[in-house]
Design a binder for this molecule. Structure first.
Ligand code: LLP
Length: 421
């Protein structure tokens, strides 16, 4: 559920007509709903109630500081994967003790930054990382709290580019090697084992792979405890999917996911962490764009928008479906059309949808892409020297630009031409 609804024929973000935002900031832009962000955070928080837990928002999904502040103030922790994300979370006011550091390629500089600034735990993904972490922590006279991310070899049944829990993926340590790695961790100076981490992929629409993975983690907890390790925390990753197609798909609810966690690992007495990204931000954000031209092709009509693949890359990169709806609700019985919906970028991959049935539209009409809050703005680029599009946050009847559109001068003047040229 989200807070983007038609009222009297106009699409609103909470209590703000989206056309009012478009008039104020111009198109294209991203808009987020505070109430939806918070609703989704609380669904997870409530799903784990009664268990010692922390919901660490995977901020890679949408990392504007206003979003982080909104969630952080509600009590969320953060899952970060780079120095930039760590600094951004801290700048938004999230304390180090609520930040977990994931990722297969943490550098010495990133490790130092987090150790000096304060960190809840590192989710370690390899033996060489463990060695580096130990060396850096030791040299700083600090102790690094760690979990080891295990790869449970479970098929997440999601898009190949976002599955992470199979043995052929680069993530984690094969679960069969976990005892060795924990023994190594226990021997290394500057390392304190606190738990186990697992994350099997993103946009999972079935709970069965989670069940398999968490059952393996429960078994491993017993084994590692018997080996003498103090396993007191389980980080169960993110990955719960969202409906991208209205009325047509219903991924599992966070409450069912919470019940599954309780059933599989609840008896272990561990503190539970989860790292949801998409489910918190996805349906809390939309991208709004204008129709520049309606162009007739050979046997098909193209709707050419002012947004492009550089602004929202998911359709080009993952063949992702985003519902696209007009800002003015079409009246019952309105003329229907079928469009290829494309952007202005000079490649055919710049296609948002092919042969999409839509109400008939004309140049100047505004449309909104649903479910664009996660992995939308954060994956955008300036390809074709198109400025990054603004982000807007709505709360009730208020809205604010939380990242302005850069001017062409700002964008172009970042380049420097060498003196010798
Ligand atoms: N934890 C870790 C270690 C992750 O790698 C990820 C996502 C998450 C948590 C959050 O997963 P979520 O709850 O959002 O599914 N750009 C792709 C998605 C990439 C996901 C990468 N890792 C997309 O647009 O679909």
């Amino acid at each position: 559920m989200d807070h983007f609804l038609y009222r009297d024929g106009a699409l609103f973000a909470e209590d703000v007509p989206m056309s009012e935002i478009a008039a104020a900031v111009g198109t294209p832009f991203y808009v987020y709903s505070t109430a939806t962000l918070l609703r989704h955070y609380h669904l997870f928080d409530d799903a784990l109630s009664g268990m010692d837990h922390l919901v660490c928002y995977a901020m890679k999904a949408a990392s504007n500081q206003a979003i982080l502040r909104t969630l952080g103030d509600a009590g969320a922790g953060m899952d970060v994967v780079s120095a930039g994300e760590y600094l951004r979370a801290r700048a938004a006011g999230v304390p180090g003790e609520r930040i977990v550091f994931s990722g297969v390629g943490k550098t010495a500089a990133e490790i130092r930054l987090a150790l000096e600034g304060g960190i809840r735990q590192f989710n370690v993904e390899s033996e060489p990382e463990l060695e580096l972490l130990s060396a850096v922590a030791h040299s700083l006279g600090k102790t690094a709290p760690i979990t080891v991310r295990v790869n449970p070899d479970v098929d997440a049944k999601t898009h190949a580019k976002i599955a992470t829990g199979k043995s052929e993926n680069k993530f984690g340590i094969p679960i069969a090697r976990a005892r060795q790695v924990y023994a190594m961790a226990a021997r290394l100076p500057g390392i304190e084992v606190v738990g186990i981490d697992v994350h099997i992929g993103s946009q999972l629409t079935d709970l069965a792979p989670f069940e398999l993975a968490y059952t393996k983690v429960a078994d491993l907890t017993a084994i590692l405890r018997a080996d003498g390790h103090d396993i007191r925390r389980l980080d169960l990753g993110g990955g719960l999917g969202i409906p991208y197609v209205r009325d047509n798909s219903a991924p599992p609810l966070p409450s069912d996911y919470g019940a599954l966690i309780r059933r599989t690992v609840g008896h272990l007495g561990c503190e539970i962490e989860i790292e949801p990204g998409r489910l918190i931000a996805g349906n809390a954000g939309m991208m709004v764009s204008s129709v520049i031209y309606l162009k007739s092709g050979e046997g098909r009509d193209f709707l050419i928008l002012d947004a492009a693949m550089n602004d929202l890359i998911r359709p080009a990169m993952y063949d992702a479906h985003h519902d696209i709806v007009p800002l003015i609700e079409p009246p019952a019985g309105a003329v229907q059309a079928t469009y290829d919906i494309v952007g202005p970028v000079c490649e055919s991959g710049d296609t948002f949808a092919r042969q999409r049935p839509m109400p008939a539209l004309a140049a100047g009409d505004l449309v909104a892409f649903r479910s664009a809050g996660a992995y939308g703005a954060v994956m955008s680029s300036e390809y074709n020297t198109r400025p990054l599009i603004p982000e807007v946050l709505v709360k009730g009847d208020q809205f604010a630009v939380i990242r302005p559109r850069p001017t062409f001068d700002e964008m172009i003047n970042r380049d420097t031409i060498p003196e010798w040229l």
